[in-house]
Ligand binder design. Sequence first.
Ligand SMILES: *[C@@H]1O[C@H](CO)[C@@H](O)[C@H](O)[C@H]1NC(C)=O
Ligand SMILES: *[C@@H]1O[C@H](CO)[C@@H](O)[C@H](O)[C@H]1NC(C)=O
Length: 293
Amino acid sequence: MFFSKVLGPLALSVGVTLAATLTQISNYGGSAASKAQMWIYVPDNLKPNPALVVVIHSCQSSAQSYFKNSKIPWAQGSDKGGYITLWPSSPNSGTCWDVSSKSSLSHNGGGDSNAIANMVTYAIPKYSVNASRVYVTGGSSGAMMSNVLAATYPELFIAASLYSGVAAGCFVGSGVDQWNNACSGGQSIETAEKWGDTARAMYPGYNGTRPKMQIWHGSADTTINPNNYQEELKQWTNIFGVSMTPTSTKADYPEKNYALSDYGPNVEGIYATGVGHSVPAHLAASEAWFDLP
Ligand SMILES: *[C@@H]1O[C@H](CO)[C@@H](O)[C@H](O)[C@H]1NC(C)=O
Ligand SMILES: *[C@@H]1O[C@H](CO)[C@@H](O)[C@H](O)[C@H]1NC(C)=O
């Protein structure tokens, strides 16, 4: 009796097996031009009116492999916090997200961003999600898509936390899912006003609230040049009408050699000195930004 009571919970707390499973939802509807897959993780201890975090994978990954990636501990966060995680899976060859075409860079443009927005609007009533607690995160191509979603669907997301991406619109190209060497190489340098205009043009006339943005990048990133960190901060400080001079900074946050810069309540940057591509997800700091659990 004594042992079963003590060892039961102990065994659970040290185990790595998640009780619930990642499940595909095949009938969410897609979008006009994107057959991105929708996968969802609903933890056993789901809270009433749960929060929802969209977790977007990098290139050469998928919903299923990102879910299992030990550097992306959002399933564990979901189990502990009782919130849902939604894992889109890219339909494109090489599995990068389309962050280059006009359709994906436009509100209701029919591309990958539209498909992910449709996953969110499908999930909200289906799982009684609190629509005031919907968030987006991602790494690399998933971070680029997080920026694109913040610009194209500002009404859906309360906050974003993105790792090693580029400003919304930086990867613009003449077609679907194109690599942009100037942007990845850190040569797409614009004024804050220009980046703000680029994001605003993705949903012309939108005048509601916008997601607050937490932006991470590593100084030793040789895939997505670290110049992109400043360009993202220019974009979102302009959107929120605040200065590019931080209101405060904090060294060694959330760990040694990372530094936090605050730009008021809606934008913060975290620059990781010596860290390459991609900065691993920092669950506690991203959850804090999302006000989770
Ligand atoms: C939904 O979330 C908002 C923001 O956190 C909160 O104020 C509200 O009470 C929540 N609603 C429900 C029904 O839980
Ligand atoms: C802008 O605000 C007006 C008035 O509140 C509203 O009717 C309109 O739908 C808004 N435009 C968009 C694109 O949300």
